[in-house]
Every structure is written in C-alpha cells, then in structure tokens.
Design a binder for this molecule. Structure first.
Ligand code: COA
Length: 381
C-alpha cells in the first residue's frame, strides 16, 4: 500500500484559499458578512431582495432607473413555463422538493433559446430570468403536494408578496412578507461554501449557467449544507411541537432533549459552522424575523423550543446556531412544509450562485486539484 504523504492534505479543503472573490466577505473574527462591501444586516433592514440581487450581480447598488427596469423584467418573467410544469407533473407528489427544483432548473436550461451562450450579457439575463422563474417552481410544488392547483403570479406584488401569494393563494400579512424578505436577503450569498464552489467548478469547465446552478442545487441538498434548515425542523418535530404548551415548558423539554442528544454524541443540525466559530453573523437578524413570526402567529412554544436547544448546546459545547436554525421554524410558522425549506434557500441563493458563475467566467482557470494516492502499489495482471 502506497501512502504519499510528502504533501499536506487539506481534507475538506479546510483552510484552503481557492481564489479571489469580490462578491462577499465572511469575516469570522469580527463575525461579519459583507455583500459587495455592505453589511448584510444593513441590507436586510433597508433593501428589497430585488435590489440586493442587483447589488450582487452588478457590484453596486442599483440606480432608481435600474431598479425599476429590473422590477418590470422580474414581474413579467414569473409564470411557470409549460415545459417545466409538464416535467414536474411527471414526478410523484412526494418527490423531494430539492429534486423537483433541480429538475426544474435543468429543464429551464435545456429549453433556453440561448442555452449554449455564455456571453456576459446573456448570462446576466439568464440569472435574472431564473431569479424570476424559480418561485413558481417552489410554489407549485408546495401546492401540488397538498392536492391544490397552480396559482398564477400577480404583477402588482413584489417578489416576496408574490412568492407567498403563489404558494398559499392568499395575500400574506405585511409582517410575514417582511420576515420572508429578510430570509431571502440573508440566504443570498456566502462566499465559497460547498454549493457555490460547485457552481464555480462547473463554470470553470466552460459549461453554461443552468448546468452550474443545477449542480449547485445538488450540493445544497445535503444536510451538512442547505438541508440543515429542513433538518432543524425535524429536530423540533422529534421533540414535539404542541401549540398549547407554555414557552417555559417547551424550553425545559428541548433543553433536556439536547443534553440527551449530546450525551449520545449526535450531531444536531442548525449548529456549528466551518468558518464562523463564534456565531453566525446572520443569526441575530433572522432570529428577529422569527421573533416577529412567533408574535404574529402567537406561538411562544416554538421560541421555547428554540431557546432551550440553543442554551443547552451553548452550555455543553459552546457551539452557536447558524442561519438555518432560526430560518427553519420561521418557514414552518409561515406554513411551508418542512421539505420545502431548502428550495426556499435555492430561490435566494440563485443570486449569489449566478454572481459567482459570472465572476468565475470573467477570469477563468479550470478548477482541478491534485490527489495523493493511497491505493495498491503498481502490480501486474
Ligand atoms: N452538533 C453537535 N456537535 C457539533 C456540531 C453540531 N451541530 N457541530 C460541530 N460539532 C462538534 C463536532 O462533533 C466536533 O466535536 P469533537 O471535536 O468533539 O469531535 C467539533 O464540534 C468540530 O466539528 P466539525 O464537524 O469537525 O466542524 P466542521 O467545521 O467540519 O463542521 C459543520 C462544520 C457545519 C459541518 C458542522 O458544524 C455540522 O455538521 N453542523 C450541523 C449541520 C449544519 O447545521 N449545517 C449548516 C451549516 S450553515
């Protein structure tokens, strides 16, 4: 058995700086996240998700004219393409929504009239089209899982309002729209995480944007990445959610559950981060959105479960929650099925992924690491 050990192996590429990016900066020391230089908390407070998307793509905040132009474009590209609907309808209604989302993006790429065109203008337009088109995929999939018909988009509503409208078939309360918008802004971009890096690897082969994003969705599905928001809700469900329970009782129960889980050496989803070691910069803002949903729906026991798990994890291991932790229960309270949470993450991250696709292509080098061989020594048949 040969073991090449002259070179250091960076398992999981831990600590490896693979390239430059001007799109976002994650700073674990100052616990901050900047999109194109702007703190994400400020963006989440002050900008629409549509404006944040333009910032990520273009590098600068949009002018009023650019914003209005994109608003009109986005609103006119929301309808579910017939080919995509047909492809979704072939899939069983219990197909995992991440598989549905991955299939939908693949179909959108295959039927695109400029499928093979990777020029900057066409690629930016494809990114905008995908941004506008994906909510209908999630909304339709959520509805068909419940035996409900497609709801057509409405051009008089903004992105978040329309997303909730197409999903639930009624206009959402302003607080709900606001919490949803905040979640979209916070999920939009996070440097070289696994799915973004996947998108860049695929782009580096000179494949098209839809191929890169279809692949990124595959990477996002895993519970160590995007699937964690869904897994968080499974934890809550395992502990048991009882709307009649007091916040204090729920907190005591979830604290005990966490102590037991850690004693059993279980990994609890929604906690920990490869880069942030002292708390995820996005959590306070998302927790604020969760607080407002708890107040809106009068569901104090959900916050009890949340606080109990967080406190017990902190006391036992000092590990802090990541964004998926408050996002999971927020989407639950809004009425989404647990399996729909990660597709909501896709809807948001299409912005960051496509910005990285364009950045990679603008200064490309094929991404192809080396490996150290540890198989059998050379032998003959
Ligand atoms: N629950 C319990 N223990 C955890 C933990 C969690 N969520 N996250 C980390 N730990 C512990 C590990 O068991 C390990 O302990 P040990 O040294 O006693 O073995 C230590 O903390 C380091 O963990 P490790 O998995 O090596 O850190 P990492 O930097 O490779 O992992 C994650 C980062 C995100 C993969 C990891 O924290 C995790 O799996 N979290 C849950 C999934 C999740 O929420 N993902 C979304 C990320 S945004």
């Amino acid at each position: 058995m040969t073991q090449e050990n002259q070179q250091e192996i960076h398992k999981g590429l831990d600590g490896v700086i693979a390239d430059y990016t001007a799109i976002s900066k994650v700073n674990p020391e100052s616990n901050s996240l900047l999109y194109r230089g702007y703190p994400v908390q400020q963006l989440a407070q002050q900008l629409s998700f549509e404006e944040v998307a333009l910032l990520l793509w273009n590098g600068e905040l949009p002018t009023a004219a650019q914003r209005d132009e994109f608003t009109a474009f986005e609103r006119s590209h929301r309808a579910l393409a017939q080919e995509v609907k047909t492809a979704i309808d072939v899939l069983p209604t219990d197909t995992h929504p991440m598989d549905v989302g991955r299939t939908a993006v693949s179909v959108l790429g295959a039927i695109h009239p400029e499928a093979g065109d990777t020029s900057p203008e066409v690629e930016l337009r494809k990114a905008k089209e995908l941004f506008a088109a994906f909510p209908a995929v999630v909304a339709y999939d959520q509805r068909r899982r419940r035996g409900l018909e497609l709801v057509e988009p409405r051009e008089d509503l903004d992105y978040s309002q329309n997303f909730l409208w197409m999903t639930f078939g009624e206009e959402a309360a302003p607080e709900v729209v606001e919490a949803f918008r905040v979640s979209m802004v916070l999920y939009a971009e996070h440097s070289f995480n696994a799915s973004t890096f996947t998108a860049r690897v695929v782009t580096s082969t000179l494949a098209d944007l839809h191929s890169a994003i279809t692949s990124a969705i595959g990477a996002l599905k895993g519970p160590l990445h995007g699937g964690a928001n869904e897994a968080v809700m499974h934890t809550f469900e395992e502990i048991g959610i009882d709307p009649k329970e007091s916040r204090e009782d729920a907190a005591a129960r979830s604290k005990a559950w966490m102590e037991q889980a850690l004693a059993e050496k279980r990994k609890v989803m929604g906690f920990g981060h490869r880069v942030y070691k002292n708390g995820d910069s996005r959590v306070p803002t998302m927790r604020g959105a969760l607080d407002s949903m708890v107040a809106h729906y009068g569901r104090g026991e959900v916050m009890g479960l949340y606080d109990g798990l967080e406190a017990a994890m902190d006391e036992a291991k000092g590990i802090k929650p990541n964004l998926d932790y408050p996002a999971g229960p927020t989407y639950h309270l809004m009425g989404f099925d647990t399996e729909m949470f990660t597709p909501l993450f896709i809807a948001s991250r299409i912005t960051g992924w496509s910005a990285h696709v364009m950045e990679q292509r603008a200064d490309n080098s094929l991404i192809r690491p080396l490996s150290a061989y540890n198989g059998p020594d050379e032998r003959s048949l």
